[in-house]
Every structure is written in C-alpha cells, then in structure tokens.
Design a protein around this ligand. Structure first.
Ligand code: GTP
Length: 363
C-alpha cells in the first residue's frame, strides 16, 4: 500500500554518492593515469642503477594497471576495477617497503596507501588493509624482518616511520568515519525531505501531489498494457459539525481514524491519499468498477462501525464514496471528474452511501 511509512536510509546508502563527491571509478582512473607514467619513470631509473628486479616489476605493475583500466572500460565492473586496483597497489607498496627501492626512500610512498584505501573501499576493508599493512611493517622493522630481508632502514627512521604511519592511519580512519556519517546524515535528510514532500503530515497517507503522480504512473501502465484500474473519492459526512461540536482536535482524530480504517480495508498495492481537508482518494490497480464499489461499501461500513472516544462518549462518523473505473480513451481528469460526480450523488442520496459513476454499476 502506498501510504508511505518513513523510510530511513539503509546503511547501504553509504555506498551512494552525494553531490560533489568524486566517484570511486573516476578516482581510480585518475590514480591509474598518474601511477603509470610514475612507475615507468622509476622503472627507467632503476634500470640505470642495474637493479634487475625492480625495473621489470614496476613495468609489470604499470601494464597490469593499464589492463585493469581496460577491463573496466569494456566490462564496466566497478567491483572488479576496485579489487584489481587494491591488489596491485598492495603488491607495489609491499615491494617498495621490503626491497627498500630508491635507497629506502620509496617507502615514503606508503603514506599514500591509507587515504586511498579508505576512500575507494568500505570502512571494514580500509581497517583490515591498514591494520595488516601496519603489522607487516612492524614485522619488517623487527629483528625477525632483518633476518629475512636486508632493508637499510636505521632504527630512528623505523620508529619515526611507524609512529607517523600509525598516526596517519588512525587519522584517515577518523576522517573516513566522519565523512561516512555526514554522508549518511545528508541521505537521511534527503529521505526525510522526500517523505515530507510526498505525504500528509496528519495521517501519513500520500498527499495530493503524490497521489496525482501515482495516478499518472498507473495511467501509463494502463496505456501500455490495458490493465484496468479504479479510483474511490471519499468525503467524511457532515464533518464541519464534528469540528463545531467537539472542536478541531476531535476532527483531526476522526481524520486519523478514517485513514487508519482505509489502511485496514485496502490492499498493499492500493495507493491511499489525503485528497483534501476531509477528502480521501484510493487508487485501486487492476480493479474493475464493480469490485471497487464492493470495496467502497466495505470501507463505508468499517468507518460507520468505528469511533473516536471523547470523554464518556464516542464520536462516530460516516463517509460518502464515489467510485469510477478507467474507461477507454479517457483521461485522468475525466476519471476524477466521474468519481467526483458519483461522490456528489452519494451525498445527495442522503450520505453514508457508495455510488459508481454514471454509466457504470449504480449504487
Ligand atoms: N479538524 C479538521 N477540520 C478540517 C481539516 N481540513 C478541513 N477541515 C474542515 O472540514 C470541514 C468541511 O466541511 P464541508 O466541506 O462544509 O463539508 P461537511 O461538513 O463535511 O459536509 P458534507 O461534505 O456536505 O457532508 C470544514 O469545516 C473544514 O474547516 C483538518 O485538517 N482538520
């Protein structure tokens, strides 16, 4: 039933991009475009130093980054692009740290890893990758690391590097959390605004604008597949006297009660809307007029049975309903006009009535 309960954003919404945010695939493309010439430059420098491993490895990573970009270009798979990029930069940074490329200075590039990884992946992957990287570096800088690798890092440099990198990782985590929280906040705000724009605040039913949008959507379906639908236009009887006798707040309670009763009587696929002050509209997809009229009578009886308790007594109300079904080559305006005429007839017949539009099943 399209009456609209408040939809709070799902945590997965954090994967959505808010306006102005750089899309992850685009960022990866930019980073790839910058990384490839850099890698080739350092590969060339390594070849001048007669480093037999670094040069081919950097060229290989540059080629694999280009292939990753090409695969994304053809397949459009963002997940494959992200995973491929993360795997390649992880291998690259590990190699730079372990083999002390460029006389040990290449390890400085490790500082690029945490912000990139937090931005392009979710927080869990960021934490795991950074924690894993930090532990690996700790081992590399430990006496155990010295037994396995011959890295020329001085003790002072090791301590500074670990402290600075740990600080950077924690900072990146905090900033990333704050970015995700404010993004979720924005999305929640957008969802709240959207809800408010489409719903009536008193009843939670769709408002008139949303009902018109739903009517138009149903009409387009009807034009495509000839799936018939009907509308019910409903008006609480002698509502003014309820307000005058018991006060506006009791009138409001009555409107809420009618909305609740409508929800109880209608199907999930129906759209229920507050059409005006004490007027309601139900859009009934795949429903012929005779069925709509039966539903209208069920609604009418249910409302006549219910009441708003006020002090010691109960304030009861009745409702008049006009039903109209979509007819061939008719517009939405004509459909609503037929329903309105049927409602007017229900009122003139003495209220607490459900009438079908002229030319359809009579009351
Ligand atoms: N309490 C309350 N009253 C409202 C609201 N919106 C409209 N009304 C009142 O609803 C009343 C509608 O009265 P009328 O259009 O004269 O119709 P009626 O008294 O229901 O009489 P019939 O429709 O002829 O049966 C007006 O007095 C409006 O002020 C609302 O949100 N809350």
């Amino acid at each position: 039933m399209t009456t609209g309960s408040l939809k709070t954003p799902d945590p997965k919404l954090s994967q959505f991009r808010v306006k102005g945010e750089i899309p992850v695939p685009l960022l990866i493309n930019w980073l790839t475009a910058v990384a490839i010439p850099l890698l080739l430059f350092f590969a060339w420098r390594s070849s001048l130093r007669d480093d037999p491993v670094t040069s081919p490895l950097l060229v290989t990573i540059a080629v694999l980054l280009a292939i990753n970009a090409a695969v994304f270009w053809f397949s459009g798979s963002k997940v494959a692009q992200r995973r491929g990029f993360i795997a390649l930069i992880t291998v690259l940074f590990t190699y730079l740290a372990v083999h002390a490329v460029e006389d040990g200075s290449a390890i400085i590039w490790l500082f690029a890893y945490p912000p990139i990884i937090f931005y392009i992946s979710d927080a869990r992957v960021g934490v795991l990758a950074c924690a894993g990287g930090f532990i690996a570096l700790l081992l590399l800088f430990s006496p155990l690391g010295d037994l396995i690798f011959s890295a020329p890092y001085s003790p002072g440099f090791r301590l500074t590097m670990l402290a600075a990198l740990g600080f950077e990782m924690v900072t990146c985590y905090i900033l990333d959390q704050s970015r995700r929280r404010s993004k979720l906040g924005l999305l929640k705000l957008a969802a709240d605004f959207e809800y408010a724009a489409k719903h009536d605040s008193l009843t939670g039913l769709a408002n008139r604008r949303e009902a018109l949008a739903q009517l138009d959507a149903e009409y387009q379906r009807y034009l495509r597949s000839a799936r018939s639908f009907s509308v019910l236009l409903m008006d609480i009887d002698l509502f003014k006297s309820v307000n005058d006798t018991h006060g506006h707040h009791v009138g409001d309670e009555l409107i809420i009660l009618v909305a609740r009763t409508l929800r109880g009587e209608c199907r999930k696929i129906d759209t229920l809307a507050r059409w005006g002050g004490e007027e309601f509209l139900a859009l009934l997809p795949e429903t012929e007029t005779d069925e709509a009229l039966k539903m209208a009578n069920r609604i009418r009886e249910a409302i006549a049975r219910s009441a708003v308790p006020v002090d010691e007594h109960a304030v009861k109300a009745t409702i008049s309903i006009g039903a109209a079904g979509m007819r061939a080559s008719e517009s939405i305006d004509r459909l609503l006009q037929h329903a309105d005429e049927a409602l007017y007839r229900a009122k003139t017949l003495g209220r607490d009535q459900a009438c079908a539009a002229e030319g359809e099943n009579a009351a």
